[in-house]
Ligand binder design. Structure first.
Ligand SMILES: NC(=O)c1ccc[n+]([C@@H]2O[C@H](COP(=O)([O-])OP(=O)(O)OC[C@H]3O[C@@H](n4cnc5c(N)ncnc54)[C@H](OP(=O)(O)O)[C@@H]3O)[C@@H](O)[C@H]2O)c1
Length: 255
Protein backbone atom coordinates (compact mmCIF):
# COMPACT_ATOMS: atom_id res chain seq x y z
CA UNK A 1 0.00 0.00 0.00
CA UNK A 2 1.33 3.47 -0.88
CA UNK A 3 0.90 6.13 1.78
CA UNK A 4 1.00 9.79 0.78
CA UNK A 5 0.99 11.97 3.91
CA UNK A 6 0.44 15.03 1.71
CA UNK A 7 -2.71 13.65 0.12
CA UNK A 8 -5.61 16.13 -0.10
CA UNK A 9 -7.96 13.50 -1.41
CA UNK A 10 -11.59 14.61 -1.23
CA UNK A 11 -10.77 17.98 0.41
CA UNK A 12 -12.59 21.05 -0.91
CA UNK A 13 -10.21 24.00 -0.74
CA UNK A 14 -10.77 27.67 -1.54
CA UNK A 15 -7.80 29.40 -3.17
CA UNK A 16 -7.94 33.16 -3.70
CA UNK A 17 -5.65 34.76 -6.27
CA UNK A 18 -6.02 31.49 -8.18
CA UNK A 19 -5.70 32.97 -11.67
CA UNK A 20 -1.99 33.73 -11.41
CA UNK A 21 1.39 33.07 -9.82
CA UNK A 22 1.42 31.33 -6.44
CA UNK A 23 -2.37 30.87 -6.26
CA UNK A 24 -2.45 29.21 -9.68
CA UNK A 25 0.45 26.87 -8.82
CA UNK A 26 -1.30 26.01 -5.55
CA UNK A 27 -4.57 25.24 -7.36
CA UNK A 28 -2.74 22.84 -9.70
CA UNK A 29 -0.99 21.05 -6.86
CA UNK A 30 -4.18 20.71 -4.79
CA UNK A 31 -5.83 18.90 -7.72
CA UNK A 32 -2.74 16.75 -8.29
CA UNK A 33 -2.92 15.72 -4.62
CA UNK A 34 -6.55 14.65 -5.01
CA UNK A 35 -8.34 17.76 -3.73
CA UNK A 36 -10.99 19.97 -5.27
CA UNK A 37 -10.36 23.67 -5.69
CA UNK A 38 -12.65 26.69 -5.68
CA UNK A 39 -10.60 29.22 -7.64
CA UNK A 40 -11.33 32.85 -6.71
CA UNK A 41 -9.94 35.98 -8.34
CA UNK A 42 -11.15 39.23 -9.82
CA UNK A 43 -10.70 39.23 -13.60
CA UNK A 44 -13.25 36.79 -15.06
CA UNK A 45 -11.51 36.24 -18.38
CA UNK A 46 -8.09 35.63 -16.84
CA UNK A 47 -9.65 33.26 -14.31
CA UNK A 48 -11.48 31.21 -16.92
CA UNK A 49 -8.26 30.89 -18.98
CA UNK A 50 -6.52 29.60 -15.82
CA UNK A 51 -9.34 27.23 -14.97
CA UNK A 52 -9.34 25.71 -18.44
CA UNK A 53 -5.89 24.25 -17.65
CA UNK A 54 -7.28 22.50 -14.58
CA UNK A 55 -9.08 19.15 -14.32
CA UNK A 56 -12.73 20.03 -14.95
CA UNK A 57 -14.16 17.61 -12.39
CA UNK A 58 -12.14 19.02 -9.50
CA UNK A 59 -12.10 22.78 -10.06
CA UNK A 60 -14.56 25.64 -10.37
CA UNK A 61 -13.98 29.34 -10.96
CA UNK A 62 -15.58 32.14 -8.94
CA UNK A 63 -14.84 35.61 -10.22
CA UNK A 64 -15.07 38.06 -7.31
CA UNK A 65 -13.41 41.30 -6.18
CA UNK A 66 -12.37 40.53 -2.61
CA UNK A 67 -12.45 44.19 -1.68
CA UNK A 68 -16.24 43.73 -1.61
CA UNK A 69 -15.79 42.32 1.85
CA UNK A 70 -19.50 42.53 2.82
CA UNK A 71 -20.33 40.07 0.04
CA UNK A 72 -17.78 37.45 1.10
CA UNK A 73 -20.29 35.41 3.18
CA UNK A 74 -22.43 35.07 0.02
CA UNK A 75 -19.39 33.95 -1.97
CA UNK A 76 -18.53 31.26 0.60
CA UNK A 77 -22.18 30.11 0.72
CA UNK A 78 -22.14 29.77 -3.06
CA UNK A 79 -18.91 27.75 -2.93
CA UNK A 80 -20.35 25.51 -0.19
CA UNK A 81 -23.48 24.94 -2.24
CA UNK A 82 -21.34 23.86 -5.23
CA UNK A 83 -18.72 21.81 -3.39
CA UNK A 84 -20.06 20.81 0.01
CA UNK A 85 -18.03 21.21 3.22
CA UNK A 86 -14.94 23.39 2.99
CA UNK A 87 -11.74 21.68 4.15
CA UNK A 88 -9.25 24.53 3.67
CA UNK A 89 -8.63 28.10 2.61
CA UNK A 90 -5.55 29.61 0.98
CA UNK A 91 -5.68 33.40 0.77
CA UNK A 92 -3.19 34.22 -1.98
CA UNK A 93 -4.92 37.19 -3.61
CA UNK A 94 -2.75 40.22 -3.24
CA UNK A 95 -1.55 43.46 -4.66
CA UNK A 96 1.15 45.91 -3.64
CA UNK A 97 1.89 49.62 -3.57
CA UNK A 98 5.39 51.06 -3.61
CA UNK A 99 5.31 54.45 -1.92
CA UNK A 100 7.57 56.38 0.39
CA UNK A 101 5.95 57.73 3.57
CA UNK A 102 5.68 61.26 2.12
CA UNK A 103 3.10 60.06 -0.40
CA UNK A 104 1.08 57.81 1.90
CA UNK A 105 -2.49 57.63 0.60
CA UNK A 106 -5.19 56.53 3.10
CA UNK A 107 -7.61 55.36 0.39
CA UNK A 108 -4.96 53.21 -1.27
CA UNK A 109 -4.04 51.81 2.14
CA UNK A 110 -7.66 50.94 2.98
CA UNK A 111 -7.99 49.09 -0.34
CA UNK A 112 -4.81 47.14 0.34
CA UNK A 113 -5.90 46.37 3.90
CA UNK A 114 -9.35 45.21 2.73
CA UNK A 115 -7.90 42.89 0.11
CA UNK A 116 -5.25 41.32 2.33
CA UNK A 117 -6.61 41.50 5.87
CA UNK A 118 -10.37 42.23 6.01
CA UNK A 119 -11.00 39.71 3.22
CA UNK A 120 -8.94 37.13 5.13
CA UNK A 121 -11.02 37.70 8.28
CA UNK A 122 -14.30 37.54 6.38
CA UNK A 123 -13.28 34.39 4.47
CA UNK A 124 -12.02 32.74 7.67
CA UNK A 125 -15.18 33.69 9.55
CA UNK A 126 -17.41 32.27 6.82
CA UNK A 127 -15.35 29.08 6.53
CA UNK A 128 -15.02 28.51 10.29
CA UNK A 129 -18.57 29.33 11.26
CA UNK A 130 -20.15 26.15 12.46
CA UNK A 131 -23.17 25.01 10.54
CA UNK A 132 -25.80 22.77 12.08
CA UNK A 133 -26.03 20.63 8.97
CA UNK A 134 -24.38 17.19 9.22
CA UNK A 135 -22.63 17.73 5.91
CA UNK A 136 -20.55 20.49 7.45
CA UNK A 137 -19.03 18.42 10.24
CA UNK A 138 -15.74 18.21 8.39
CA UNK A 139 -15.11 21.89 9.06
CA UNK A 140 -13.36 20.80 12.24
CA UNK A 141 -10.43 19.63 10.19
CA UNK A 142 -10.07 22.84 8.29
CA UNK A 143 -6.77 24.61 7.66
CA UNK A 144 -6.31 28.21 6.73
CA UNK A 145 -3.23 29.71 5.21
CA UNK A 146 -2.31 33.14 3.98
CA UNK A 147 0.66 34.53 2.11
CA UNK A 148 2.87 37.11 3.78
CA UNK A 149 6.33 38.30 3.05
CA UNK A 150 9.53 40.16 3.63
CA UNK A 151 10.01 43.82 4.35
CA UNK A 152 11.42 46.20 1.78
CA UNK A 153 12.07 49.91 1.23
CA UNK A 154 8.98 51.75 -0.10
CA UNK A 155 6.73 48.81 0.78
CA UNK A 156 5.64 49.99 4.22
CA UNK A 157 1.90 49.86 3.42
CA UNK A 158 2.27 46.37 1.95
CA UNK A 159 4.52 45.19 4.79
CA UNK A 160 2.13 46.46 7.43
CA UNK A 161 -0.85 44.55 6.03
CA UNK A 162 1.28 41.42 5.85
CA UNK A 163 2.42 42.03 9.45
CA UNK A 164 -1.24 42.28 10.46
CA UNK A 165 -1.86 38.86 8.89
CA UNK A 166 1.03 37.25 10.74
CA UNK A 167 -0.29 38.57 14.07
CA UNK A 168 -3.89 37.66 13.27
CA UNK A 169 -2.93 34.11 12.35
CA UNK A 170 -1.17 33.56 15.69
CA UNK A 171 -4.24 34.66 17.66
CA UNK A 172 -6.70 32.80 15.44
CA UNK A 173 -4.61 29.62 15.75
CA UNK A 174 -4.95 29.83 19.54
CA UNK A 175 -8.67 30.67 19.30
CA UNK A 176 -9.49 27.70 17.04
CA UNK A 177 -7.03 25.03 18.24
CA UNK A 178 -9.63 23.20 20.32
CA UNK A 179 -11.73 22.84 17.19
CA UNK A 180 -8.72 21.41 15.36
CA UNK A 181 -8.79 24.27 12.87
CA UNK A 182 -5.22 25.31 12.05
CA UNK A 183 -4.04 28.73 10.87
CA UNK A 184 -0.59 29.32 9.34
CA UNK A 185 1.25 31.83 7.16
CA UNK A 186 3.86 31.31 4.48
CA UNK A 187 6.35 34.14 4.04
CA UNK A 188 8.14 33.89 0.69
CA UNK A 189 11.06 35.90 -0.55
CA UNK A 190 10.67 37.17 -4.11
CA UNK A 191 9.00 34.69 -6.42
CA UNK A 192 8.90 34.71 -10.21
CA UNK A 193 5.28 35.72 -10.86
CA UNK A 194 3.51 38.59 -12.66
CA UNK A 195 3.72 40.51 -9.37
CA UNK A 196 7.52 40.34 -9.46
CA UNK A 197 7.47 41.45 -13.11
CA UNK A 198 5.72 44.62 -11.93
CA UNK A 199 8.37 45.14 -9.25
CA UNK A 200 11.11 44.54 -11.84
CA UNK A 201 9.62 47.26 -14.05
CA UNK A 202 10.28 49.80 -11.27
CA UNK A 203 14.05 49.35 -11.61
CA UNK A 204 15.96 51.35 -14.21
CA UNK A 205 17.55 48.19 -15.65
CA UNK A 206 17.94 44.46 -15.10
CA UNK A 207 21.40 44.90 -13.56
CA UNK A 208 20.11 47.05 -10.71
CA UNK A 209 17.19 44.65 -10.15
CA UNK A 210 19.60 41.69 -9.99
CA UNK A 211 21.82 43.50 -7.53
CA UNK A 212 18.98 44.57 -5.24
CA UNK A 213 16.83 41.46 -5.45
CA UNK A 214 18.07 38.41 -7.34
CA UNK A 215 21.59 38.21 -5.90
CA UNK A 216 20.30 38.52 -2.34
CA UNK A 217 18.46 35.21 -2.74
CA UNK A 218 21.35 32.83 -2.17
CA UNK A 219 19.45 29.97 -3.84
CA UNK A 220 18.12 32.21 -6.61
CA UNK A 221 14.64 33.68 -6.99
CA UNK A 222 11.72 31.47 -5.98
CA UNK A 223 9.35 29.79 -8.41
CA UNK A 224 5.60 29.51 -7.69
CA UNK A 225 6.02 25.75 -7.07
CA UNK A 226 8.54 26.45 -4.29
CA UNK A 227 5.73 28.16 -2.40
CA UNK A 228 2.81 25.93 -3.41
CA UNK A 229 4.71 22.86 -2.13
CA UNK A 230 4.84 24.37 1.35
CA UNK A 231 1.24 25.58 1.19
CA UNK A 232 0.02 22.10 0.29
CA UNK A 233 2.16 20.58 3.03
CA UNK A 234 0.46 22.91 5.53
CA UNK A 235 -2.95 22.01 4.09
CA UNK A 236 -2.27 18.30 4.48
CA UNK A 237 -2.52 16.00 7.47
CA UNK A 238 1.29 15.78 7.41
CA UNK A 239 1.16 19.21 9.10
CA UNK A 240 -1.57 18.34 11.60
CA UNK A 241 0.62 19.43 14.54
CA UNK A 242 1.55 22.80 13.00
CA UNK A 243 -0.51 25.87 13.77
CA UNK A 244 0.10 29.56 14.42
CA UNK A 245 3.40 29.58 12.52
CA UNK A 246 4.87 31.66 9.72
CA UNK A 247 6.99 29.54 7.43
CA UNK A 248 9.80 31.54 5.81
CA UNK A 249 10.70 30.36 2.30
CA UNK A 250 13.19 32.74 0.79
CA UNK A 251 16.17 30.93 -0.75
CA UNK A 252 18.42 32.42 1.94
CA UNK A 253 17.32 36.06 1.40
CA UNK A 254 16.94 36.73 5.12
CA UNK A 255 20.42 35.38 5.91
N1 LIG B 1 5.57 37.19 -6.02
C1 LIG B 1 6.27 37.44 -4.94
O1 LIG B 1 7.49 37.68 -5.00
C2 LIG B 1 5.61 37.39 -3.58
C3 LIG B 1 6.45 37.35 -2.48
C4 LIG B 1 5.87 37.28 -1.22
C5 LIG B 1 4.50 37.26 -1.08
N2 LIG B 1 3.72 37.32 -2.15
C6 LIG B 1 2.28 37.30 -1.92
O2 LIG B 1 1.77 36.11 -2.48
C7 LIG B 1 0.44 36.32 -2.94
C8 LIG B 1 0.35 35.92 -4.41
O3 LIG B 1 1.25 36.73 -5.17
P1 LIG B 1 1.64 36.43 -6.70
O4 LIG B 1 3.04 36.84 -6.85
O5 LIG B 1 1.21 35.06 -7.07
O6 LIG B 1 0.75 37.54 -7.42
P2 LIG B 1 0.10 37.63 -8.86
O7 LIG B 1 0.69 36.65 -9.80
O8 LIG B 1 0.12 39.08 -9.21
O9 LIG B 1 -1.41 37.19 -8.56
C9 LIG B 1 -2.23 37.96 -7.75
C10 LIG B 1 -3.60 37.31 -7.71
O10 LIG B 1 -4.43 38.07 -6.82
C11 LIG B 1 -5.66 38.34 -7.50
N3 LIG B 1 -6.24 39.58 -7.02
C12 LIG B 1 -5.66 40.81 -6.95
N4 LIG B 1 -6.54 41.72 -6.49
C13 LIG B 1 -7.70 41.06 -6.29
C14 LIG B 1 -8.99 41.44 -5.82
N5 LIG B 1 -9.25 42.70 -5.50
N6 LIG B 1 -9.94 40.49 -5.71
C15 LIG B 1 -9.69 39.21 -6.05
N7 LIG B 1 -8.50 38.78 -6.50
C16 LIG B 1 -7.52 39.69 -6.62
C17 LIG B 1 -5.25 38.45 -8.97
O11 LIG B 1 -6.39 38.28 -9.77
P3 LIG B 1 -6.79 39.39 -10.89
O12 LIG B 1 -5.65 39.48 -11.83
O13 LIG B 1 -8.03 38.84 -11.46
O14 LIG B 1 -6.99 40.67 -10.13
C18 LIG B 1 -4.28 37.28 -9.07
O15 LIG B 1 -4.99 36.07 -9.23
C19 LIG B 1 0.14 37.82 -2.69
O16 LIG B 1 -0.54 37.95 -1.49
C20 LIG B 1 1.53 38.42 -2.59
O17 LIG B 1 1.50 39.59 -1.78
C21 LIG B 1 4.23 37.36 -3.42
Amino acid sequence: MTINPMSLSGKNIIVTGASSGIGLATSHLICALGGNVAMVSRNKEKLSVAQREMPEESSKAFSFDLRNTDKIPDLVSLIRAEFGPIGGLVHCAGDFAVRPLRSFDPKEYRDLYDLHVTAFFMLSKAVCTKKKRRSDRCFYRCRLICGCNIWFTGLSMYSSVKGALISAVRSLAAEYATKKIRFNCVCPGWVNTPMLDRIKALYPDLESFDLAITKRHLLGLGQPDDVSNSICFLLSDAARWITGTSVVLDGGYSL
